[in-house]
Design a protein around this ligand. Structure first.
Ligand code: SAM
Ligand code: SF4
Length: 328
């Protein structure tokens, strides 16, 4: 059985972008009330007293947009300095990164994934739902700063949307040739948001690989990380290409993670809502950390049965929360 030791922690469900695949315009999103967010102390208590004792040692901070969480640098410092933390990383949209990268690095964060769905500022703004001054340059500056500060590996996440950014795949892949950057193509997932982008809605990783193979060739490679990406490299390139194929492939049997939402729900599987535990309610209603530890330990034991495993059921109807709420 796969060891489950990786926890994705959503720090906040709010975001300064409205990516059309995540928080589509017009979608009614019930944001978590401030008093319902796990506090820093509650989160650290859960890590120290519940998650670490049952074997979690690798943590990713996500959201919503994690850099919007007040005090995020101090929280990074506190988690990075736990002796049991073997790996701490963050997924961010990069908008605030140029100003925060150095502080985050000094606080102990070493790995960052930044979403960059397009190299074209108009397409980028269309995807992130921005109608004002383009935000592309600020995100690009954030990526450059993170690179200069020393984040390694530095990964770029691209959700591939047919007819919107899929024609940029070669340009995005080319970023890895001279730079030691790791570009990851993610199949769009119809989760909590309705089918937005025509009746297919996603392009398979194999189709993308074929396009890249034809242009440069492609060989298998590896890069440090905890994810389900299949990693390849353009021969002679400095960086790598990752493919996350949750729609065209099933990697539920190698799943190594659980997700903690910003309001304290522990979710064993991204793709269904079985087995969730409200840890914040537990903490606030006086349930002992020992008992919470037992509940999480039990969930770890039954996770293989909870894992989703059936691609054909990957329809929108069964998800009541979007990625921004779950902590993608
Ligand atoms: N705001 C941060 C960001 O965008 O990187 C972190 C949170 S976001 C929910 C985490 C990742 O989930 C991003 O890489 C985003 O592109 C991806 N994501 C969101 N909705 C998705 C969807 N419907 N299908 C596939 N990936 C999605
Ligand atoms: Fe915000 Fe990230 Fe969702 Fe985009 S993908 S709306 S940046 S949480």
């Amino acid at each position: 059985m796969n060891k489950v030791d990786y926890l994705r922690i959503s720090l906040i469900d709010k975001c300064n972008f409205r990516c059309q695949y995540c928080m589509p315009e017009g979608a009614e999103i019930d944001y978590i009330l401030k008093q319902d967010l796990l506090t820093d102390n509650e989160l650290l208590t859960l890590l120290k007293e519940v998650f670490i004792p049952v074997g979690f040692t690798r943590f990713r901070l996500t959201g919503g947009e994690p850099l919007l969480r007040p005090g995020v640098v101090d929280l990074v410092k506190a988690i990075a300095s736990l002796p049991e933390t073997q790996d701490l990383s963050m997924t961010t949209n990069g908008f605030l990164l140029a100003d925060m990268a150095k502080d985050l690095y000094e606080a102990g964060l070493r790995r960052v994934n930044i979403s960059l769905d397009s190299l074209n500022s108009d397409t980028f703004d269309l995807i992130i739902g921005n109608r004002g001054r383009s935000r592309w340059q600020l995100v690009w500056n954030g990526i450059q700063t993170a690179y200069e500060v020393g984040f390694d590996p530095l990964k770029l996440n691209i959700v591939v949307i047919p007819g919107v950014n899929d024609q940029e795949v070669l340009d995005l892949a080319a970023l890895t040739i001279d730079r030691n950057w790791h570009v990851r193509f993610i199949e769009f997932m119809p989760i909590g948001n309705g089918i937005l982008f025509d009746d297919k809605g996603w392009v398979s990783s194999e189709e993308l690989r074929e396009r890249i193979r034809k242009r440069w060739g492609l060989r298998e490679a590896s890069v440090r990380g905890n994810g389900p990406a299949d990693v390849f490299q353009i021969p002679g390139a400095n960086g790598t290409l990752g493919f996350i194929s949750q729609m065209s492939e099933c990697f539920c049997d190698r799943c190594n993670r659980m997700r903690l939402s910003a309001d304290g729900w522990l979710r064993p599987c991204l793709l269904n809502e079985m087995g969730q535990i409200d840890l914040k309610y537990g903490l606030r209603s006086g349930v002992s950390v020992g008992e919470l530890r037992e509940q999480v330990g039990y969930l770890l034991g039954i996770k293989p049965e909870i894992n989703f495993k059936q691609r054909e059921s990957g329809t929108t109807g069964m998800y009541s929360r979007t990625m921004s709420q779950i902590g993608g």
